[in-house]
Ligand binder design. Structure first.
Ligand code: ASP
Ligand code: CP
Length: 315
């Protein structure tokens, strides 16, 4: 595997294999000496044209734990403001010798364009492209679900039979898309719940069930409820009456939380807008996996960097 562009093209064994390597990487994080020499001499470039807290910093921690050199590029403060585009920016950074480029961009397909171009001969890792995909997010979500379900006995296992409800702005969410494909590949079933205006108009071929009533979905006793932020930065029209109304109908509030089983997982990729799609009580509850997701993100990104860069060196 040279690039990681989407979860749609990952088969079950590859996905489980990544999660298993992430388990090994998580073990490294518990050691006093958290660093491995594996990627010494390799250079990873974080190429972020959109804002990020978790993804950018966790790729940085992951690369450094594997002893790679890491260069952070963020569009703000760069020559993008002078009119430089993706091609010239990527080529400029590639000329400094990149082995891997972690790219986040507002255009769906940007990571694939880089991977297929002749501009750059590095492994491309998609860190979020428009509304298309965010594969490492789905992998860390699956890792978190597997860990809560199977604990120490997680290795080699998938998510067969798990019932996952994803709630909110599906239309603009790359997290939802990457999760739909990966969860299906791993044997879980996915229920999407949203106002009709925030669902894609065509979900033909999506392996999901669709609902419009969060209370019904909660009463169906899901194993996982994944809340999504409203992607206001991608909205150029009104998709719901107002935030209070959205929160009343599609927010995970304390009352809805209390109707979930004690072991139902409450997930959120972050950043959360407390009081809108999720209450503080839900975000901070023992059901919430939000901070586990962040910690697991480092292990999963170490695994992916290792498989793309060390794997390539060995073959
Ligand atoms: N951080 C995730 C993303 O970049 C989800 C979000 O921003 O709501 O897709
Ligand atoms: N979940 C996620 O991708 O967070 P950031 O946008 O902060 O990277």
């Amino acid at each position: 595997m040279k690039h990681l562009l989407s979860t749609k093209d990952l088969d079950r064994d590859t996905a489980v294999g990544i999660l298993d390597v992430a388990e090994d990487m998580a073990d490294v994080a518990t050691r006093e000496m958290k660093k491995l020499p594996t990627l010494r001499g390799k250079t990873v470039i974080n190429l972020f044209f959109e804002d990020s807290t978790r993804t950018r910093t966790s790729f940085e921690v992951a690369a450094k734990r594997l002893s790679a050199d890491l260069i952070n590029f963020t569009a703000k403060g760069s020559s993008v403001s002078k009119g430089e585009g993706l091609k010239d920016t990527a080529q400029t950074l590639a000329a400094m010798g990149a082995d891997a480029v972690v790219v986040r961009h507002s255009a769906s397909g940007a990571a694939q364009v880089l991977a297929e171009s002749k501009w750059i001969d590095a492994s491309i890792l998609n860190a979020g492209d428009g509304t298309h995909e965010h594969p490492t997010q789905a992998l860390l979500d699956a890792f978190t679900m597997r860990k809560r379900l199977h604990g120490e006995a997680s290795r080699g296992r998938d998510l067969a039979g798990l019932r996952v409800t994803i709630v909110g702005d599906i239309l603009h969410s790359r997290v939802a898309r990457s999760n739909v494909w990966l969860l299906n590949t791993l044997g879980a079933s996915v229920n999407l719940v949203a106002p009709a205006t925030l669902l894609p108009s065509n979900t033909t071929g999506w392996p999901v069930t669709i609902g419009y009533d969060l209370d019904e979905s909660i009463d169906a006793d899901p194993d996982v409820v994944m809340m999504l932020r409203i992607q206001a930065e991608r909205m150029h029209a009104a998709f719901f009456p107002n935030p209070r109304e959205y929160s009343r109908q599609w927010g995970l509030d304390d009352e809805r939380l209390s109707r979930l089983r004690p072991d139902t997982m409450v997930m959120h990729p972050g950043p959360m807008v407390r009081g809108l799609e999720i209450s503080a009580g839900a975000a901070d509850s023992s059901r919430s996996t939000v901070l586990e997701q962040v910690a697991n993100g480092v292990s999963v990104r170490m695994a992916v960097l290792y498989l793309l860069l060390a794997g390539a060196a060995e073959s």
